[in-house]
Write a protein that binds this ligand. Structure first.
Ligand code: FAD
Length: 529
């Protein structure tokens, strides 16, 4: 298969090709390919790698129909294959049609503009240049439909939504949205043109691009979007009720491991909740699980483990918003831990304290797990890991809101105490080892760049999105809560913008949103103790 090269790794959303994998990959493939032949010593290639990686991320959901690859011609084992493919300059872009013979050496793309938007449009053009015979297996039609084909669908029942994107002839939005939804079931996307007057008349469409939605129950309406951008259309269509990402088979075991981390009781009644709120019940359940299950696997705590546990308890005692039982319990625990001169403590002592405290003073932490915003559609999904993310997001926001909270705790000297404690906690105790390794790798390269409390909030948000990107469509993805860039346009439309045709975040809006969402006043006590 694939192997590491200097500029691109297996972690990137593209395929790292080599002399042995190139021909089998592109020859006879059910999808088209766009491969960048580069050289790891070429300065321009090095500079360009961030664009190529961003492109690959941008079209990651198209990979069933067109894949992005790279091949490093500077590696000795690749010399011959680069010669065979006639690569003379770096980078050279070559594309391969689906179902092309193994003898195909690809077609070079010589366009001067290599920006993400241009290359993405090139990919659409490559797909459209296929014939009926070599059409990529999973690629939906990209040509516009006409009113003659579309109007009879109005008023028909169906087992899926049909979204009709009506756009001007030179617009790529419709085709991009069609491709963005290739991996989703429950919705079919078709495009139509602004020149199709009978269609405009029948659907009363006057602005472009517009999306018109035919519901499974035979009703039909305009789809309202805050901004007429590809990201908004795709994101809204993906969140229609019943629309689901088709699961990809994954070689990662962490999805399975994560399942083992969450509680297995599935008979609980569903608790209705609001996605724009944070539930205390989830945070309490996180602490319950962490204290009684995750830490309880450690018979004794000593050295670094003990220190990490103490720091974690202190952090929660000082930053958990709204006071109440949780804070009292954590304060008691923290005082007790600090008063103990012992270099090691049996974990049973912690459990006894927690239980006693609950019995004597009525200070308690939920006696059971009760997921609300972190409910999964079945046992083994969401639950604990979801609540742990939530807890740490809340702590980063509270750390900014209460500047003096950590004074005299020994944690006040760190630039990003919440991240540092989280990092140590995840590394030391979090049951999913592979998750911990990934998180530590990310933290090791970039946590040093965090300079203040705002950065701390945004770093964790960004890191969480990186994990979401990586896990989208994997086994740990709950079909009811598919992993996607967060917050979605429906939670925060001002967070999303487009620059040169590429989705970008408005970081100021994201920060405002995070402060509000994870702030003390947005916590719902519903279903909590
Ligand atoms: P989660 O990702 O758990 O998110 C919980 C909630 O947080 C969401 O419902 C949403 O309301 C909000 N949210 C989502 N994104 C953001 C964001 N960017 N910023 C702020 N809030 C957000 N699983 C693996 O399979 N492999 C891994 O390598 C892996 N690494 C992990 C590392 C850490 C540190 C943690 C805590 C968990 C990790 N997991 C990993 C678990 C995985 O990230 C999810 O927590 C789990 O699959 C449950 O997913 P979920 O759908 O409940 O959403």
């Amino acid at each position: 298969g694939t192997r590491m090269s200097q500029l691109y790794t297996e972690e990137d959303p593209l395929v790292v090709l080599s002399s042995s994998s190139l021909k089998p990959a592109v020859g006879g493939s059910s999808s088209a390919w766009l491969v960048q032949f580069f050289s790891s010593w070429c300065g321009h290639c090095i500079q360009y790698s961030s664009t190529w990686r961003a492109l690959a991320q941008d079209v990651k959901d198209w990979q069933l129909v067109v894949r992005i690859g790279v091949l490093d011609c500077a590696q000795e084992e690749n010399f011959d294959v680069c010669k065979e493919f006639n690569i003379k300059f770096y980078p050279t872009f070559k594309y391969f049609h689906a179902h092309s013979p193994e003898t195909d050496r690809g077609t070079s793309y010589r366009g001067a503009d290599r920006e993400i938007q241009s290359v993405r449009q090139l990919m659409v053009n490559i797909l459209q240049n296929h014939t009926k015979v070599d059409w990529p297996d999973r690629c939906p039609p990209l040509e516009p439909y006409s009113s003659v084909e579309l109007l009879p669908l109005l008023g028909q029942r169906s087992d899926h939504y049909t979204a009709i994107i009506v756009e001007e002839p030179d617009s790529y939005v419709g085709r991009e949205v069609v491709l963005d939804l290739v991996q989703y079931s429950g919705v079919v996307v078709k495009r139509a043109l602004s020149s199709d007057l009978p269609l405009l008349d029948a659907l009363k469409i006057t602005t472009f691009p517009s999306v018109y939605l035919l519901h499974p129950n035979a009703t039909h309406t305009h789809l309202h979007v805050q901004k007429r951008l590809r990201f908004f259309f795709s994101s809204l269509l993906r969140t229609l009720p019943g629309v689901q990402r088709k699961l990809k088979s994954t070689t990662s075991t962490s999805g399975v491991l994560m399942g083992a981390l969450t509680d297995q009781r599935s008979s609980e009644p569903w608790r209705d909740f609001d996605r724009s709120k944070v539930y205390r019940a989830d945070l309490e359940s996180a602490l319950h699980y962490l204290l009684r299950v995750e830490l309880a696997t450690h018979n004794t705590l000593e050295g670094e483990e003990l220190q990490t546990f103490k720091d974690f308890v202190t952090l929660v005692a000082k930053l958990y918003p709204g006071g109440g039982s949780v804070v009292k319990l954590m304060e008691t625990l923290s005082d007790w831990l600090l008063s103990l001169p012992l270099p090691r403590i049996p974990y049973q002592a912690v459990l006894d304290l927690v239980d006693n405290k609950m019995r004597i003073s009525g200070v308690f932490l939920g006696a059971e797990l009760r997921w609300v915003g972190c409910q999964g559609s079945r046992a083994g999904l969401r639950g604990y890991p979801c609540s742990l993310w939530t807890l740490f997001h809340v702590l980063t926001v509270q750390h900014e809101a209460t500047p003096t909270a950590l004074e005299n705790t020994g944690l006040e000297g760190e630039t990003s105490p919440v991240l540092q404690v989280m990092r140590r906690y995840i590394k030391t105790f979090f049951g999913c080892e592979e998750c911990g390794r990934h998180f530590e790798e990310a933290a090791a390269v970039s946590v040093e760049k965090v300079q203040n409390r705002e950065d701390q909030i945004l770093w964790l948000w960004n890191q969480h999105n990186m994990v979401n990107y990586r896990l989208a469509g994997s086994l740990s993805d709950d079909p009811l809560f598919p992993k996607a860039p967060w917050p979605s346009p429906s939670l925060c439309s001002s967070c999303h913008e487009e620059k040169h045709g590429v989705h970008v975040w408005n970081h100021d809006s994201v920060l405002l949103f995070l402060r509000q969402h994870y702030g003390a006043s947005n916590m719902s006590p519903m279903y909590s103790m």
